[in-house]
Design a protein around this ligand. Sequence first.
Ligand code: C2E
Ligand code: MG
Ligand code: MG
Ligand code: MG
Length: 289
Amino acid sequence: QVKGNGKNSFNFITEEDQEKMEKAIRLETDLFRAVELDCEQFRVCYQPKVNLSTEKITGAEALIRWKHPEFGFISPVNFLSIAEETGLILPIGEWVIRQACNQNRLIQQLGYEPIKIAINLSVVQFFQPDIVQTIKRIITETKANPLYLEFEITESVAMSDFNLIEKRLKELKSLGVTIAMDDFGTGYSSLNYLKKLPIDTLKIDQSFIKDIHDDQHDQTLIKTIISMAKGLNLHVVAEGVEMASHADLLKKENCQEAQGYFYSRPLKSKNFLKILEDSQAFNSISEAN
Ligand code: C2E
Ligand code: MG
Ligand code: MG
Ligand code: MG
């Protein structure tokens, strides 16, 4: 009997595999270097979340970007797994939290109406014993307002020991921040977890939104997730809203907030502040009238 899956036997490495491995090793070396260089090759972009009915900006998600000195911009999807495997996610993650807290502080200083800045936490970060201490220290140092910080965790977090997750979430929430469940619907979190854990927001994964018009099942799922979230008193955000028709359908289903290219791509801090200003200026005029 032949081992492996048919034509490609295990001990045959194609040129393509070889290149992939070399690239991965190269990226790992360069990622270490990027951290040594005080993270200056990284940047955080901010993607607005908007209220679906007013289209006013209610928050922003902080998303890391890496400008590799040779390869140019590399998507987080392509370097975060390396960061997690090597532990580099800890210094990188801390750097992101600090940037996002500075942004939170800047928004206050510039006199904008406060909006929530959301930060993604990887599973590795979440289960770090001193993660809450670290976040607390960064909040203090940056003078950020924790009431306007949100942490996004994924369902992969919810796959481990319930008591530990609950304890960690409670510690986090004691700082005054809120918690969102990211990419909801793609993982394995049980309804029981959702009901019992101190989670504030559900972010419906973008894969459901993408096929919303062609796929009757996705439409049904979205409706179900929204009404379930309402029942559990959770805030709902739809991710990956790319078209007006997506937004219309979500509005009809009483989804509160949305995030996606239809509203804006992730923006550099300066550009984000500009559209925030427009969003809030427009609103104060319409409120005055
Ligand atoms: P995520 O947290 O689910 O973030 C949303 C992703 O969807 C972002 O990809 C965003 O650019 C993209 N997106 C937003 N709107 C649209 C849309 O309308 N259509 C499509 N097709 N995509 C849209 P990005 O920035 O490449 O990040 C990918 C993932 O990497 C994130 O998914 C998050 O899991 C992770 N990530 C990004 N930044 C950080 C970070 O600072 N720390 C950690 N731990 N993870 C991060
Ligand atoms: Mg996220
Ligand atoms: Mg997501
Ligand atoms: Mg994702």
